[in-house]
Design a protein around this ligand. Structure first.
Ligand code: C5P
Length: 239
């Protein structure tokens, strides 16, 4: 059965294998998944995956945020599929073909999640990027459009802010996985960092989120293990 800690994905946003190892040792048993991002994977590659697997039973989220022509994404997914991980990501981008290629390349061996709109992006950023005002003034409309593309292409789910989870679950069903970053716990002072559309763990779960990416509130806490336990307790109140 899924327990409160299983909802937490801790991103290993550190620059050395040594630090990553310390966090894996400290937080195994207190989070459900470790997220390996570009910083660590570019430096150490599959060695990071092997290190996490050797230290416990937490699952792995390889956050590659792929965005390229379909053939390149298909081939990259072929390499990712053999790594023994639970999820990876591809930007929803402009074309459904790229998403379909990602799903085909995954061969059903890894869950493919479409990144809808980054939680660090605001309406103003979208307008400046040339998006039509109806999308730029309503981020959720763009998120829904991109989630529909991901679903139609056969993705396992999407990554989006806690604000859009409810709409996505309602439209695409409970089975369509939703991962939510931009989480800031209700306890303590709220530091948004570079995130713009933030929610609390409890609110994101109430909205229907399946997993929460929670980085700096745990990594930068005086006691990261205690911070993870406290967040799991907050999640438990709404399960
Ligand atoms: O909790 P914190 O803000 O530190 O989380 C940062 C992490 O969330 C980074 O690993 C970043 O890649 C991830 N993230 C994400 N999708 C977004 C925004 C952030 O996976 N839309």
């Amino acid at each position: 059965m899924k327990t409160a800690k299983d909802y937490i994905i801790f991103p290993l946003d550190v620059s050395s294998l040594k630090e990553a190892k310390q966090f894996v040792k400290l937080l195994s048993g207190h989070v459900g998944m470790f997220k390996v991002g570009l910083e660590l994977f570019i430096k150490f590659g599959p060695e990071v995956i092997n290190m996490i697997n050797s230290l416990g039973s937490a699952r792995i989220f390889l956050d590659m945020k792929l965005h390229d022509i379909p053939e390149t994404v298909f081939r990259a997914m072929g390499s990712i599929a053999n790594l023994g991980i639970a999820f990876t990501t591809v930007h929803c981008g402009e074309s459904k073909e790229m998403l379909k290629a990602a799903v085909a390349g995954s061969k059903g061996q890894v869950g493919v999640l479409g990144v809808t709109v980054l939680t660090s992006v605001s309406d103003k950023d979208l307008l400046a990027a040339g998006l039509r005002p109806e999308f730029a003034s309503d981020v959720s409309m763009l998120v829904m459009q991109r989630a529909a593309a991901a679903r139609d292409a056969g993705c396992s789910g999407v990554v989006c802010s806690g604000f859009e989870v409810g709409m996505i679950k309602k439209k695409f069903g409970r089975e369509f996985t939703v991962v939510t970053p931009g989480i800031r716990p209700s306890a303590g002072s709220v530091k948004k960092d570079d995130q713009k559309r933030i929610t609390t763990p409890a609110r994101a779960i109430q909205n229907g989120s399946d997993y929460l990416v929670i980085g700096r509130p745990i990594r930068d806490a005086g006691n990261p293990q205690e911070a993870a336990i406290r967040i799991a307790k907050e999640i438990e109140t709404v399960l």
